[in-house]
Design a binder for this molecule. Structure first.
Ligand SMILES: CC(C)(COP(=O)(O)OP(=O)(O)OC[C@H]1O[C@@H](n2cnc3c(N)ncnc32)[C@H](O)[C@@H]1OP(=O)(O)O)[C@@H](O)C(=O)NCCC(=O)NCCS
Length: 172
């Protein structure tokens, strides 16, 4: 078990998060399960599901494969703040690289605007792919970089189909 897993396996850590509008402070739950999956969530209140990020950790690498902000809270920078906080936590714990695997244009746009760069799958060794449960069959074969993606987006050829995921990467 890595330091990261030991620290968070027992009980969720909570950290105050402020969103800019109003005086609201959102407690965050950070939980890593024994298989390396993790969840970084604001608490939900009634119908409001808050915001969450989820993924998988292995050694110095992390894969993010879930990001969701409640419809009512979108466009307020909450997703970006949550992501920045998660990156800070991961950095403290020795993580060097974060991969993000998404198909929906809103999620890909969100990660790109937060400094993630579209990257060819071939850049990652088979060992890391396996450790992070990255399955090449699920990735878009024609997108290797930001330009390829922008090209398809402008031709409306990006469908957001889960079988055509895009790999993004950020070194932290
Ligand atoms: C993508 C998502 C997480 C963005 O959350 P958010 O809190 O609204 O994002 P932010 O306000 O921090 O936006 C930061 C930047 O991301 C980009 N972005 C956000 N929403 C976007 C969209 N719909 N399309 C393209 N880019 C987008 C923009 O560049 C934005 O900067 P700007 O506001 O200056 O234009 C949110 O729209 C969402 O939850 N979508 C649904 C995802 C889903 O279905 N998840 C379930 C399966 S895991």
């Amino acid at each position: 078990m890595t330091d990261f897993e030991k620290l968070h396996a027992q009980k969720p850590a909570t950290t105050p998060l402020e969103i800019e509008s109003g005086e609201l402070k959102w407690p965050i739950s950070f939980k890593v399960t024994s298989d390396g999956s993790f969840f970084f969530n604001t608490v939900s209140k009634g119908d409001n599901e808050g915001a969450s990020l989820g993924g998988h950790i292995s050694g110095e690498n992390v894969k993010l494969n879930c990001v969701k902000v409640d419809r009512l809270l979108r466009g307020m920078n909450l997703g970006s703040k949550l992501l920045t906080m998660l990156e800070e936590e991961l950095k403290k714990l020795g993580i060097k690289t974060i991969y993000a695997t998404f198909a929906r244009p809103d999620q890909i746009g969100f990660f790109r605007s937060n400094g993630y760069v579209i990257t060819p799958l071939e850049l990652i060794t088979k060992e890391i792919q396996e450790a992070l449960a990255i399955t090449p069959e699920c990735f878009h074969s024609r997108v290797k970089n930001d330009r390829d993606y922008d090209d398809l987006l402008s031709k409306r050829e990006v469908l957001g189909d889960q079988s055509e995921q895009i790999l993004l990467m950020k070194r932290i």
